[in-house]
Ligand binder design. Structure first.
Ligand SMILES: Nc1ncnc2c1ncn2[C@@H]1O[C@H](COP(=O)(O)OP(=O)(O)OP(=O)(O)O)[C@@H](O)[C@H]1O
Ligand SMILES: [Mg+2]
Ligand SMILES: [Zn+2]
Length: 453
């Protein structure tokens, strides 16, 4: 039975097998298996509070335990659902260089600023580097302690002595425990270290933030495997060449996953953007052909976004279609719909479409704006000033209702918009008489109203 002390583990998805395989049967990755020792099950993920568990009433527990730690970074607190829950394990995942260390250190500094002790452990950067970053972020209180280490048992010993309110581990891929012989960053180490941190957090009631790297496709060993173990998974996203970053809760045992926080990366660290609308609007005085504005939902908040299109005669036989920040296949679909339902011929036209500012537009609510931008460029006629396009476009050219139409309209109205094209059946009865709103049933009808034919 106990002969097989080792196993082969897929570093992509964690699939384990007693024999080496070239291709993972679970996730289909090639050459992803690495030899790892088998950890005895009894020393693994189970919660061990050191004493016999005793049943208790809910009222007793909530009174003593749940008082959230406010980080005083409004956007961060909001995403968490009102601050960090003591004893919770939070995974902060994101692509390399996106700003994970920056925001984690900032949180640490802010919490320390309120008089609570914080321990920030980096396995990637020296104390000097961390101190340098802290300097950029502002005044550091003496309640913030930094340490460079990678051996987890030693770190937890220090943390036990220090008894901070918050422990930050940067990053989980650099940590290792002596109990396993594999290298730091392997699936086994990442899992075991997280399990140990989970035990530590629950035992001591110290909140722990662990940073985890993911690649662009969001799929490497580590974070994905840990999602079920931790209380909260925060994903930090953004295009590296643009300043804005979005913090999202993918999983939250203590709050909604609807909320998201928006930041911009600046010299002095990450700055919250409290009012994100307008961030993705190219501010220009006069309206030019090929531009249409829509409102996409980022969590619960509508963000006004400009869609730009350029349609021009193709110099070669084969027309080119390019999309940035928008699904390429949808562009082809819209061109086909316009051809069939509205009678416009794009057969000899190149078409380029982009969402301004590097935002990714995946919501169908932006469909009408994309279509309007294409038509506007094709006809070389600008949309009227202050016009907001909302609605999903179906294959038959029908306009489909989208969610939160009132909220999107309200946000746009705040910024001076006065003309709103929305799909029929998406407004609540009581908002039928909203000023400047046109409800449309088909794309054709929408275009007629927009371009005043
Ligand atoms: N002086 C500065 N002014 C503005 N932005 C800076 C400055 N120094 C660093 N940055 C930004 O901080 C980013 C790196 O942040 P940070 O180190 O927190 O990211 P990370 O996600 O922890 O990266 P890693 O994957 O390397 O750990 C850089 O990409 C850069 O955009
Ligand atoms: Mg970092
Ligand atoms: Zn796999």
């Amino acid at each position: 039975m106990a002969k097989n002390r080792i196993q082969f583990v897929c570093q992509q998805c964690g699939y384990a097998t007693p024999k080496w395989l070239g291709k993972c049967p679970e996730c289909g990755t090639w050459d992803s298996f690495v030899e790892e020792p088998i950890v005895p099950a009894n020393s693994r993920t189970f919660l061990d509070t050191g004493e016999k568990a005793v049943p208790t009433t809910i009222s007793k527990v909530t009174k003593t335990k749940v008082k959230r730690i406010a980080t005083h970074i409004g956007e961060f607190d909001r995403v968490l659902g009102g601050g960090i829950v003591p004893g919770s394990l939070i995974l902060l995942a994101g692509a390399p260089g996106i700003g994970k260390s920056t925001i984690a250190l900032d949180v640490g500094m802010k919490v320390a600023g309120t008089g609570e002790k914080v321990l920030y452990v980096s396995g990637e950067e020296s104390e000097a580097q961390t101190a340098m970053r802290a300097e950029r972020l502002g005044e550091a209180s003496d309640n913030l302690l930094i340490m460079t280490a990678t051996e987890l048992t030693g770190i937890l010993l220090q943390a036990k002595n220090l008894k901070p309110r918050l422990l930050v581990i940067d990053s989980i891929q650099t940590m290792y425990t002596n109990r396993l012989e594999t290298a730091a960053g392997s699936v086994g180490q990442v899992r075991e270290c997280t399990a140990e941190l989970l035990r530590f957090a629950k035992e001591t009631n110290i909140a722990v933030i662990i940073i985890g790297h993911v690649t662009k496709d969001g799929n490497i060993a580590g974070p994905r495997l840990l999602e079920h173990m931790v209380d909260v998974v925060l994903q930090f996203e953004g295009e590296r060449s643009y300043a804005f970053r979005v913090l999202r809760a993918i999983k939250n045992r203590f709050g909604s996953t609807e909320e998201s926080g928006i930041f911009s990366m600046e010299e002095a660290g990450l700055k919250e953007i409290i009012n994100p609308s307008g961030l993705f609007l190219d501010k220009k005085e006069n309206v030019v052909p090929g531009s249409a504005i829509t409102a996409v939902m980022e969590g619960n908040r509508p963000i006004l976004t400009e869609i730009q299109a350029l349609v021009s005669r193709t110099p070669f036989g084969l027309p080119r279609r390019t999309a940035v920040g928008i699904d390429f296949n949808r562009i082809n679909m819209f061109l086909a719909v316009l051809e069939k339902r509205v009678g416009m011929n794009f057969g000899m036209q190149d078409a380029y479409v982009c969402a301004v500012g590097g935002i990714k537009v995946s919501e169908p609510a932006a469909d009408l704006a994309i279509v309007a931008a294409l038509v506007s460029s094709f006809r070389n006629v600008a949309l009227p000033l202050g016009c907001l396009c909302l609605g999903e476009v179906g294959l038959t050219g029908e306009m489909r209702p989208v969610s939160a139409v009132e909220r999107r309209i309200k946000e746009a109205a705040k910024l001076g918009f006065s003309k709103f094209i929305v799909p029929q059946n998406s407004l609540k009865k009581e908002s039928y008489d909203l000023k400047g709103v046109s409800q449309v049933g088909t794309v054709e009808e929408a275009l007629r109203i927009i371009f005043k034919e």
